[in-house]
Design a protein around this ligand. Sequence first.
Ligand code: ATP
Length: 567
Amino acid sequence: MLYSKLVEIYEALSANTKRLEKTKILADFLKDLHESDKEVLYLMLGQIYPEYSEKKIGVSHQLAIKALAKATATNEKEIVKEWKNIGDIGKVAEKLIKTKKQSTLDSHVLTTEKILNNLRKLPELEGKGSVEKKLSLIVELLTSASSLETKYLIRTLIEDLRIGIQDSTIKEALSQAFFDKDKEATKIIESALDKSNDLAVVFKIAKKGRLKELEKVSIEIGKPIKVMLAQKVKNIHEGFEALGKPVAIEYKYDGFRLLIHKKDDNVTLFTRRLENATKQFPEVVLYVKEYVKGDSFMLDAEIVGYDKKTKEYQPFQAISQRIKRKHDIEKLKNELPVEINVFDIVYYNGKSLINEPFEKRTAILKKIIKNHPYKIIAAKQIITKDEKKAEEFYKKALKDNQEGVMMKKLQAVYQPGKRVGHMLKIKPEERDLDLIIIGAEYGKGKRVGWLSSFILACYDNGKYLEIGKVGTGIKEKTEQGVSFDELTKKLKLYIIEEHGREVRIKPKLVVSVTYQEIQKSPTYSSGFALRFPRFTALRPDRNPSDIATLSEVKKDYEKQKRNWRYG
Ligand code: ATP
């Protein structure tokens, strides 16, 4: 397909801010799209492979600028200057090509196949000479692109397409294009997307109008799925009211989530961001091989750190550095040991269990795991009708340094990617939120050269809304915890605009923040501000879409008002 055709859609989507219009544009595009062009849909989302794939474009701003400089015979410094003026490197590219390439202007030769072909070579290139090779693959594309095409090519390279479509828009567009917006069909499409994480596969079946086949799209060992998430209730009583009796109650372990896949002798670990974390946790692989029976399975688990001397469970922050670590893995393994707490099973010996009731899944789990405390255990659980017993269990969980408890409905199925009302979490009232950094400011004095104040945002319908600034809780030195230097290095990769000391940052880095109080505030776009926010941890295991939503912030605000009123 000609890239110019896709670019037309990008332009139309960017120009229309209303969701219904965007859905219609997408639906029309999907209707016209030929099955053999289905991989264009990856590009449509700014990617080159399905969402679950680990192969990402991975081009830095610096490399993109280098390529643009080479393709347009412009000085790199000039490009950086323009970038600071305009703010969007895609627009800089568009402008440059317009002025430099008069003769071949808008030649319409670039195809989506060519783009996918070149971009897919990028993640394969490593080691000596790889930068040069990457550069020439990118330059080849840029030199045959029109100015408008260049804008989107550059944005694709730096993974910041700016066309504003959400997962929900895609699901609705598919339903509108092929099933007349039928509600049931929309649900089936959503479920197929959550299980496969592959838009092209779902599109192919939807285009044929085969709902039954879409229903059969299943989970597969080795392919990560989106996990099922919980809703919050205030106390045990509320939990029973929502779920009925009896219920399963389990410890809510304070660690991070891993989906553990095993087939024959291969164990693969995925985070809830669908990232492969197998290399980082060699002992987890070992324990699973040794202590879980079965030819193939997919387990849902929380990995918790403990103190190697006292054996006391540690809060999440203690082990968070293990998640992305590429070196010193053996050393970290010994210093920060972990225990696997398995709480669900979604696939067993060749069969998906997601449509089986929790009661059955948890029974299989208990049968196949040989508990070895401090290595691997089935999550501590009671099944009860008795509120008193449940309260006691909750207290014990807190005494054991865990976050609280989970209450689960025995008859409920596993719904990948959903925040469901049949799995509930209860934890003591504490004031913390997971938020995202969308801006920052360079420091002065001894913090010069570091980003030192960070703008936090919550999520609302595809948008990130500011809710405050944090600078407290971050350390001067790396040995003491997460430092300014570390945060600056991480965030620099995502800077999209600079104005003096202030920078705008692509929403990528999720952080946990505690605060004393939420106040109404006209200063920030969310309408709220956090009083005394304090940084507590980086959350490399969380997606930008997993952060606190505006409605959650509102709820917390309302709740705190009630608490004041009634003491
Ligand atoms: P939170 O910050 O409260 O952990 P979350 O958005 O990460 O919230 P939720 O699904 O809302 O995730 O809360 C449940 C989380 O608790 C799970 O994502 C999982 O990581 C963790 N967890 C710990 N123990 C259990 C358990 N026994 N059953 C289910 N989830 C558990």
